[in-house]
Design a protein around this ligand. Structure first.
Ligand code: AMP
Ligand code: MG
Length: 485
């Protein structure tokens, strides 16, 4: 056992009741090889990136070498998957430990694809290269877009194949998270019919994510309220950039408010609230426009788990929890409106604002306008030639918008600045992600690296003709995305 590379573990989760996890070392793999390493993230974690980005580091991040202070566990959790409650748990992910960063933050370091655990059911505990690179790209894109998200430290190939529909190269992702507490963690604890377990989890979650709520009179209710706030902020961000998570099951809803699990997720090109890509979402349950509603549904499942702690009296517990859940719609709408106003550079309140926004969205939908480019084009000084902003409906809308901008109590420069910070020029468009993954499959990582570079500066001005700003040509369009489990 060694403690090089700057690892500084302190494993608070292992002090929770043992019902909540199972100790379990990663299973060594044949031939670990580093294919992608995030030096900037390593720095913020206090890790020695130069030392880790090496064969010895690959061995650590494949689970072949044990780091002193690591106490590997698989976490127990349940989850509503497309509406049905199932027992899940980390079937292919192993938490190495909690890294204490130089600025005192606590970050889970987890290996995804690290081998079988007691929660693997029929699965092999492994992951393949494509989906792990996909998670790396999307999670780092989220970070570049300023959206709370788990992050990716590295992808290591294992030198083994995993058998899916065909044999695929095996890989392990190092996922970094504020924590892996999920709504599903509480659903699991509630299912154990042991109030002490739930109480321990409430205390733990408050301490870790919402310490300012620690002395609330009703901790469980305060936690529900705080998680609702974080989740509303998160889904408002997703709506802002056209992100569709794709599998918003309760096990994929974090209590920290970070985006997690980037399986069949995708970004929308042309605007349509019904947009969805996931091959397993047959009813469009997790379509773009349904995300706020489904988030409220997921929070209701969270509230249910907390009832015994909210009030001894069941009826008043339900009454108190329901009041919080019911506040979702108004809280969401307020934050959504505030966000959309920033996308349009609007300061102050004006009675026309909401209609101005919905009319633009309607125009975009009717004209299959690109969501990202339309807002970014509005941000610039003039419209790029060659894009279709010439029909009467748009011209009329544009005049109303200009009039509203004129009523801003701030200079136009401030509006443009606000818009530039809320309307990205670059998103990880599906066809670009697919292009990067197919090159990687052939051993060429340069396309992935170039895409990651562009995503790291998502809000910087780019020429309208820039390759990363182009929507897919008809033949490039990706219509379906897959989980890759
Ligand atoms: P996910 O789709 O990644 O959210 O996974 C849903 C559940 O399936 C979790 O409990 C995972 O741990 C489990 N799972 C996914 N893939 C595998 C695999 N290859 N082996 C074992 N368990 C898996
Ligand atoms: Mg999951």
């Amino acid at each position: 056992m060694t403690r090089p590379f700057g690892f500084q573990f302190d494993n608070s989760y292992t002090h929770l009741p043992e019902d909540l996890f199972s100790r379990c070392p990663p299973q060594p793999v044949a031939a670990p090889q580093m294919v992608l390493f995030n030096h900037a993230l390593a720095d913020t974690l206090g890790l020695d990136g130069d030392a880790l980005d090496s064969p010895a580091g690959a061995s650590v991040l494949a689970g072949n070498t044990t780091i002193d202070g690591s106490d590997p566990i698989a976490q127990a959790y349940a989850g509503h998957q497309f509406g049905n409650l199932t027992m899940l748990g980390d079937g292919r992910a192993i938490l190495l430990g909690e890294q204490i960063t130089p600025d005192g933050a606590r970050r889970d370091i987890q290996l995804k694809g690290a081998g079988r655990t007691v929660f693997s059911r029929g699965g092999d505990g492994r992951a393949s290269l494509g989906p792990m690179l996909r998670e790396y790209i999307i999670s780092e894109a989220m970070y570049g877009l300023g959206i709370p998200s788990t992050r990716s430290l590295a992808v290591v190939t294992t030198g083994e194949s995993v058998l899916r529909e065909t044999a695929l190269p095996g890989a392990i992702l190092t996922r970094v998270a504020a924590s892996h507490l999920r709504v599903g963690t509480f659903q699991y604890a509630a299912g154990r019919q042991n109030p002490a377990l739930l109480e321990a989890l409430v205390d733990y979650t408050l301490n870790r994510h919402y310490p300012e709520k620690n002395d609330s009179d009703n901790k469980a209710l305060a936690l529900l309220d705080a998680v609702m706030d974080s989740q509303i902020d998160l889904v408002v961000h997703w709506m802002r950039v056209g992100f569709i998570h794709g599998v918003l099951n309760t096990d994929n809803v974090t209590l920290s408010g970070e985006s997690i699990d980037f399986g069949p997720c995708a970004f929308m090109d042309s605007f349509d609230p019904d947009t969805m890509f996931s091959s397993i979402d047959h009813q469009g349950r997790y379509a773009y426009g349904n995300q706020p509603t489904i988030t409220q549904w997921n929070l209701s499942r969270f509230a249910e788990t907390l009832l015994p702690l909210i009030d001894e009296n069941v009826d008043s517990a339900i009454e108190k929890a329901t009041a919080v859940i019911k506040s979702f719609s108004e809280r969401y709408s307020d934050k959504w409106l505030a966000m959309m106003k920033k996308k349009l550079g609007l300061f102050g309140d004006d009675p026309v604002d909401e209609k101005l926004i919905t009319d633009l969205l309607e125009w975009m939908k009717a004209n299959q306008a690109d969501y990202t480019n339309t807002f970014r084009d509005l941000t610039g000084e003039d419209f790029p030639a060659g894009r279709s902003y010439k029909d009467d409906d748009f011209i009329n809308w544009h005049q109303r918008w200009q009039a509203r901008l004129g009523r801003n109590q701030k200079p136009l420069k401030s509006s443009r600045c606000l818009m530039r910070n809320h309307n990205p020029a670059v998103i990880p468009r599906n066809h670009r992600v697919e292009e990067a993954l197919s090159a990687a499959e052939k051993g060429d990582m340069s396309v992935t690296r170039a895409l990651l570079d562009a995503l790291a500066t998502a809000y910087e001005d780019r020429d309208p003709d820039d390759a990363y700003r182009q929507p897919p040509a008809p033949e490039e369009r990706v219509c379906q995305t897959f989980c890759g489990t």
